[in-house]
Design a protein around this ligand. Sequence first.
Ligand code: ADP
Ligand code: MG
Length: 463
Amino acid sequence: MAEHSKYTRKVQEIVPAAARTIASLRDIGYDTPHAIADVVDNSIAAGATEVDVSFAFAGERSWIRVTDNGLGMDGGTLQEALRYGSAREYAADDLGKFGFGLKTASTSQCRRVTVASRRARQNARLEVRCLDLEHIEETSRWEILVLDSADRPGDVTAPLQAHTGTVVLWEDLDRILEYKDPWGEWARKKLLSLAAEVDQHLAMVFHRFLSGEVKDRPPVRITINGKSKVEPWDPFCRSEPKTDQSIPAKNLKVVGDGGIGFVRVNSYVLPAQRDFSSDTAWRRASGPMQWNRQQGLYIYRANRMIQSGGWNRIRAQDEHTKLARMSVDFFPNLDSVFGINIAKAYVNLPQDLREQLQPLITQCTRAADQKYRNDRPKSGTGGASASAVPARSTRKARSDGGMEFGTGAFDPYGNRQDIVQPHTTPREAIEEVAENVGETVALKKIIGGLLARHPEVARDLGW
Ligand SMILES: Nc1ncnc2c1ncn2[C@@H]1O[C@H](COP(=O)(O)OP(=O)(O)O)[C@@H](O)[C@H]1O
Ligand SMILES: [Mg+2]
């Protein structure tokens, strides 16, 4: 009983039921790329300069493994690391926060996670522990297994022969390989397509760490399957000569639990297609969700991206402003303001920040719209050429009172709801609706499933 308490209270400790609690914590909103990124967060927080993510297909014995050359952990630290709600001191720019990521991210994808870690440089002493859902279901106790040499899988120990660091091995991938035939072609393809998806996601969320632009830290090299290097994906294409970076950066003042903090906002207008240095660069700039869906705010917490595009309901994403992308940076002292969740997949923008962002967004999207329109072929330059231009802008009244698409200019800041996109493809329409109803994560899973099971249907829809 705490001494400062005025009353003498009678208490009863109620320990959560391990099996049921751990089972429900598997579903807190990770997809595979987000889950892997959460494990990679830990590697980066531990000072790693080399991280590898490997995927091994072996039917039911398939595995995924994240290896780093960071500081590593001693036995006590590793034991604490596997505790839900593990405790440690966090630095002001730490990527960790809740003490859940390693456990929740791993069990969202697999039933057995084994962690090996080497702290000492001088000798190859390893600590190896395993969080096994089968064991917890059987015992309903919060227990991990301590693996001694004889029980340690080679896949988890081999990478640490030469250096300090940590290996996280996921086995029994029940949430990833849910196929009737675990050795089948679908399962193999699923793991392959997942590796590509993870590559793309890591290239995006850690691009500042990969390119070496985070202050006081050497660049981090991330590889997939030991060889293919993850290349940073800079949403703002700052190395393209024609990217417009002229809008001045702004520091917005926000009041959080820990006092006043600053949110830094940078605005970029990307080059129009013909002004990109190459077609390849233009296509790569398009990003995982393609040009329209990638416009908007890129929100970074301690230099790690946690939102990649979208206007957070401040405005609609439309074709004419697709060249507008803005970075919004905050540090963990403003976590409570941004309402960051465990999976680091969503943030909330508080009202006073939305109000401060609004004029900056308007400025950036206006400039983007101008650039977009300058890039379109001019209308009214003669009947033949005008009719050769694909119809895509203003609507004009038809004689029957209906509307059709013409090619004249229009005021893009008029009533947005009136603007109909004449060339919306099935893919764009589905992605737009998924974004509007807040189900982009679910859509990604559906696309992954479609690519694996019905690739021809996925192709027809444009993926
Ligand atoms: N790759 C790693 N290298 C060193 N320490 C790690 C690694 N992964 C996890 N840890 C330790 O385990 C702890 C718990 O990790 P996690 O569950 O992801 O929570 P958080 O990152 O929010 O602290 C970390 O705070 C860190 O001390
Ligand atoms: Mg973490």
